[in-house]
Design a protein around this ligand. Structure first.
Ligand SMILES: CC(=O)SCCNC(=O)CCNC(=O)[C@H](O)C(C)(C)COP(=O)(O)OP(=O)(O)OC[C@H]1O[C@@H](n2cnc3c(N)ncnc32)[C@H](O)[C@@H]1OP(=O)(O)O
Ligand SMILES: O=CC(=O)O
Ligand SMILES: [Mg+2]
Length: 363
């Protein structure tokens, strides 16, 4: 066991000092691209500034005989692209039990470590996986002379990973956050689904039978589809909040079903996630919209803050009781809105249009 005193000491001589707090840069949309796919890769420079994170994916969805090409493609893109202030560059390396993970980390950190913000590690089983990556990153950072530590993001996509979620979240000061990986998790749990995220029409509850009705009425009782991912997302959110890191929904594979995609993203947002993955350009705007507080919610939060004065006691607003606890929820909403508005002028304008000082303007 490491002593808490050692936690913030570099794990290799010459490696940058670990961060004591995770930088809270906007990460509503983590956009996946395959750097070995020339058509997709060509679109990356134009996406800078339109997404919070561009993620060069090296793992699943990249064919085995394209792994080296994907790695080399990511290096080339990182060297040729200016990501500016509002877009981060992340990567998803191959899993630690694959023959590619070691070369992924060695090449990326030494070649483009100064551009890379976060390394996403798939199929994390427990804190030992994070400890391995932590030490290796420190050695490579020292070798490359980096001055800023690269952060680590775990994908929660194995049953053992879910069982160890708190230990994973607290395994290293490098931990930036965690994403749900519903596709691999479903397979690992031996769930009987065949999808990448989202709900399932068979997972439902049915209205109780009314007494004294015939079989036809019995059969026509209302059913309500349930959320397969509620339990895991809620556990992940608690583990992340406890350790001061960020939780995310992961992939939604039904690209054509933009309505269900928005519902899945919104469930995650309401439960506490700060962002999600986008797999296709059509999902980018959905993610940005859902993971930004609505101007109406921001306006309501401002009213509660104003009505609560010094923040203690209870008041009535629109027939509802507000107190210290609802005030704190409103403060979470406002803090997020302010952070996003600082880098998103469209949002800043939408929030300003709802502020009390703008009421009556133009009338
Ligand atoms: C379970 C998991 O691990 S999920 C994470 C791993 N999976 C991924 O990363 C998948 C990433 N996305 C993709 O591979 C693709 O979007 C697919 C396979 C889902 C669909 O691809 P296509 O059939 O080409 O989609 P479509 O024809 O609608 O593409 C329209 C355009 O958008 C481009 N495009 C598609 N996806 C992306 C993307 N992620 N980033 C940038 N551009 C993209 C296409 O190249 C195409 O360009 P064009 O108009 O110049 O021809
Ligand atoms: O990697 C993501 C998943 O759902 O599996
Ligand atoms: Mg996966």
């Amino acid at each position: 066991m490491r002593s808490p005193k050692d936690f913030f000491a570099p794990l290799a001589v010459g490696a940058p000092a670990p961060l004591t707090q995770v930088p809270s840069r906007p990460s509503r949309v983590i956009h996946f691209f395959d750097p070995s796919n020339e058509k997709m890769a060509a679109k990356v420079p134009a996406m800078v500034g339109t997404v919070d994170v561009l993620l060069g994916n090296l793992e699943d969805a990249v064919k085995a005989d394209r792994k080296e090409a994907a790695r080399a493609g990511l290096v080339a893109i990182a060297k040729a692209t200016d990501f500016g202030e509002s877009t981060q560059l992340w990567t998803r390396i191959n899993s630690l039990d694959s023959p590619w993970a070691l070369d992924d980390l060695t090449t990326l950190v030494t070649e483009i470590g100064d551009t890379l913000d976060v390394v996403m590690v798939p199929k994390v089983q427990g804190p030992e996986d994070i400890h391995y990556v932590d030490r290796l990153l420190a050695q490579l950072e020292a070798k490359a002379g980096l001055t800023r530590p690269i952060l680590v993001h775990a994908i929660l996509e194995t049953a053992r990973g879910v069982a160890n979620v708190e230990e994973i979240a607290g395994a290293s000061p490098r931990m930036q956050g965690m994403s749900l990986g519903p596709a691999d998790l479903a397979a690992d749990r031996r769930m009987k689904t065949t999808r990448v995220g989202g709900g399932h029409p068979g997972y439902l509850v049915r209205q109780d039978p009314p007494t004294g009705v015939d079989d036809a009425v019995h059969a026509s009782r209302a059913t309500y589809q349930q959320d397969l991912w509620h339990y895991t997302i809620a556990r992940m959110v608690d583990a992340c909040a406890m350790h001061g890191i960020f939780p995310y929904y992961g992939p939604f594979g039904d690209i054509a079903d933009v309505v269900a995609c928005e519902d899945q993203f919104r469930n995650a947002f309401l439960l506490g996630c700060v962002g999600t993955w986008s797999l296709h350009p059509v999902q980018v705007e959905i993610a940005k919209r859902v993971f930004s507080p609505s101007p109406e919610d921001v306006a309501h939060a401002r009213r509660v803050v104003e009505a609560m004065g010094d923040g203690t006691g209870a008041v009535m607003l629109d027939g509802k009781m507000e107190d210290d606890a609802s005030l704190k929820q409103c403060q979470v909403m406002l803090e997020l809105a302010e952070r996003l508005a600082a880098t998103d002028p469209v949002l800043a304008q939408a929030y300003a249009a709802q502020s009390p000082s703008s009421e009556g303007e133009g009338s």
